[in-house]
Ligand binder design. Structure first.
Ligand SMILES: Nc1ncnc2c1ncn2[C@@H]1O[C@H](COP(=O)(O)OP(=O)(O)O)[C@@H](O)[C@H]1O
Ligand SMILES: [Mg+2]
Length: 137
């Protein structure tokens, strides 16, 4: 079994990661943490290498912290960092191409629209994924 956790680059608490690590531990599954360093659509300097570098640094720190949470639950995860405008596409494509059995996401980002019960990336992953999706609350 292969489990893919989508980790929001601005996350500081990693509930989906610890839930996924618990499942991976029980099932003897392989665990991968994927973060997409996400450029804002209105960021007109998107092609500026410095901005991309800063986004990737932030995402790397987030992934390191998330990996520590998984190791704390007894699982050593693989780590993947991507850069792009459509996190949902990377998440869904990585799951499909890598033969993953389960995608695990959270419900909302910190900066998302508060009235939405399920964030835009998470709802697109639920809709577009070809495997099962666990949304952790
Ligand atoms: N850039 C990203 N990289 C990886 N996973 C992401 C990314 N953005 C969102 N996710 C996943 O989607 C979940 C919900 O976030 P999101 O849908 O972006 O909510 P919001 O619309 O409130 O920002 C996150 O907990 C994470 O699992
Ligand atoms: Mg978001």
């Amino acid at each position: 079994m292969k489990i893919l956790v989508a980790v929001d680059p601005s996350d500081t608490v990693f509930l989906p990661v610890s839930k996924a690590a618990d499942i991976a531990k029980k099932e003897g599954a392989e665990l991968t943490l994927l973060t997409v360093a996400e450029a804002e659509e209105d960021m007109n300097n998107y092609l500026d290498g410095n901005i991309i570098e800063r986004l990737r640094e932030q995402a790397t720190k987030t992934l390191d912290a998330a990996a520590a949470v998984a190791r704390g639950a007894g699982v050593t995860p693989k780590i993947e960092l991507e850069t792009g405008l459509s996190p949902e596409e990377y998440i869904v494509d990585t799951a499909k191409d890598g033969g993953f059995d389960l995608i695990v996401t959270g419900t909302r980002g910190k900066k998302g629209v508060r009235r939405l019960l399920l964030g835009s990336v998470a709802s697109k992953v639920v809709t577009l994924a070809s495997c099962s999706v666990l949304v952790v609350r």
